[in-house]
Design a protein around this ligand. Structure first.
Ligand code: GAP
Length: 516
């Protein structure tokens, strides 16, 4: 665990050192839970967004995109339930004056039981070696069974309290489990209170005429209120989907773990409109499609798992998360929800406008049901960086830090380097870039030894380094070095484009999603 925390710290400082992520407003000591993306971060982020966007609108004839405004009529948030129900249960420790989410404290406690169980299993596995039967051990060992029973009981009690929105019971669980404040170490807790997560501001030039508007906490509502515009102008037939990428804002109380929980973040959401009664079939289908999208990146199939929700949001009749194994444990990266007709029916009611679809095959009108896939760009970014960050011991005893990013996502696809700054090598390197730059992001580098230049490119995940040397000037060949294997080969300059462009194309990832 300590080792994993160490990896996470290194990842955070690597992200800063190599121009991926900066703390927002850093020269003013920063703004909590708000981050800026640097020159490499923005490229990686854009590539993630393109991968998602293309997987939606290119691979599905019946999915189209929109880009709706961040500001929307305030009644939308009343209709969606966010004004009344988009709350977190908060609790303060009276000694440290620190504020926590009550549900997160209890989730951490559940994770502690898991840790205890896993430690017992690990200890026994070491002791018994090849003869170890894990299933048998888990079902017979007293300490494992005791902790398992405590975990199950806590989990049931917690789920019930959440479902009943019972704040007193949440507090009582914290007291009964003897959960202490990590800062003060005491159990001196306040009551649990609800806190709305939406930011608001005033729209309009005069105080009297100003209207309180919200910064959207999800992009989804922009899709719901435009669904008939898109359906009619695009002559869409159910089932069909609308995709959108955009900023969302939440006044998160427990903002921690770098870009995992931010106050300003970006979502990639798709609402899929279906016939009532068919939603669970589509829910299962989108679950599988989205998992394939993640796995196609090759970050490791074992790093993903589904987590079905204990407490369904006010709009859902089924919900699951795709969790990814971050350095701080399995965490939600994407939510897939069967949102029923809650949002559209509610917008009908609040706006007084009909939002029904006429189904020509059934010859009747209805409010469609909706399956939603919702993934945070920033969390996806963090999961890709976490999986890619590698420290390798080399034969000469040195350590190389390499970001093994999926090539189509890498910020820079190729670095072109003259071996020396003379004899026409820089000019030749520039010529190569002038040809490749129409297809891929290139970087020119002539400073320092070639070894140092390779390391710099490894650290930002560049899949290829091309070196122009003396032989190049004679026969128009260069060396091309592969990031992961560090192998070099000599190729003709006129082959470079097809080698590089084919390898880094998003097409490779998109095709994998379609493979069975
Ligand atoms: N429209 C449904 C919705 O917004 P959600 O589970 O609250 O559902 C969806 O959010 C995704 O948005 C999450 O899985 C996560 O990746 C991302 N997300 C939510 N809150 C976030 C935050 N504070 N910082 C970064 N990403 C966040």
């Amino acid at each position: 665990m300590a080792q994993q925390e160490d990896v996470f710290k290194k990842l955070v400082s690597h992200s800063k050192e190599y121009g991926f992520v900066f703390q927002s407003s850093e020269i003013y000591d920063g703004l909590s839970a708000v981050y800026d993306y640097g020159q490499n971060g923005v490229e990686l982020k854009n590539n993630i967004k393109k991968y998602w966007w293309d997987s939606m609108v290119l691979l599905h004839e019946n999915v189209v995109g929109i880009d709706s405004a961040i500001f929307m009529h305030p009644t939308i948030w009343k209709a969606s339930g966010h004004v009344d129900a988009f709350n977190d249960p908060l609790i303060d420790n009276k000694d440290s004056k620190k504020r926590y989410r009550a549900d997160v404290l209890i989730e951490d406690q559940l994770a502690k039981y898991d840790d205890k169980i896993n430690k017992e299993v690990e200890k026994a596995a070491k002791k018994f070696g090849d003869d170890f039967n894990e299933d048998e051990f888990r079902s017979t060992n007293k300490r494992v069974l005791d902790n398992q029973a405590k975990r199950v009981a806590l989990h049931e009690r917690f789920a019930q309290a959440l479902n009943d929105s019972n704040l007193d019971e949440l507090r009582q669980i914290i007291v009964d489990e003897e959960i202490v404040c990590p800062i003060s170490g005491t159990k001196n807790w306040t009551e649990v209170r609800q806190f709305n997560l939406m930011f608001s501001t005033d729209m309009g030039s005069t105080a009297e005429g100003a209207m309180k508007v919200f910064l959207r906490p999800e992009t989804a509502q922009g899709i719901f209120v435009n669904y008939l515009n898109v359906q009619k102008t695009g002559r869409m037939k159910i089932p069909f989907g609308i995709a959108q990428i955009g900023k969302a804002f939440r006044n998160e109380i427990v903002a921690r773990q770098f870009i995992f929980r931010m106050r300003e973040f970006e979502q990639m959401e798709m609402q899929f409109f279906v016939r009532p009664g068919e939603e669970l079939k589509w829910f299962d289908l989108w679950k599988q499609t989205r998992l394939k999208w993640h796995k196609a990146l090759g970050l490791g199939d074992q790093k993903y798992r589904f987590h079905d929700h204990d407490k369904l949001a006010h709009y859902a009749n089924a919900a699951t998360d795709i969790e990814f194994q971050m350095p701080f444990g399995f965490k939600e990266v994407e939510g897939i929800h069967s949102r029923t007709d809650f949002d559209l029916s509610s917008h009908e009611e609040y706006s007084g406008k009909k939002l029904q679809y006429f189904d020509p095959e059934l010859n009747k009108s209805y409010v469609p049901y909706v399956i939603e896939t919702s993934i945070g760009v920033d969390r996806m970014f963090l999961s890709v960086m976490a999986a890619a960050y590698t420290e390798e011991k080399l034969e000469n005893g040195e350590t190389r830090v390499v970001l093994k990013l999926p090539a189509p996502l890498a910020p820079v696809k190729v670095a072109v380097m003259p071996l020396t700054k003379k004899d026409g090598m820089p000019e030749k390197a520039r010529e190569i870039i002038d040809d490749l730059k129409f297809d891929v992001k290139c970087q020119y580098d002539e400073k320092d030894s070639i070894g140092k230049r390779y390391r710099r490119q490894d650290a930002i995940g560049t899949p290829f380094c091309v070196t122009v040397d003396h032989q190049t000037l004679q026969d128009n060949t260069v060396t091309i070095r592969h990031r992961d294997t560090m192998q070099q080969e000599r190729v003709a300059i006129d082959q470079l484009r097809s080698i590089i462009v084919d390898y880094v194309s998003l097409r490779n990832l998109l095709k994998k999603i379609k493979e069975d």
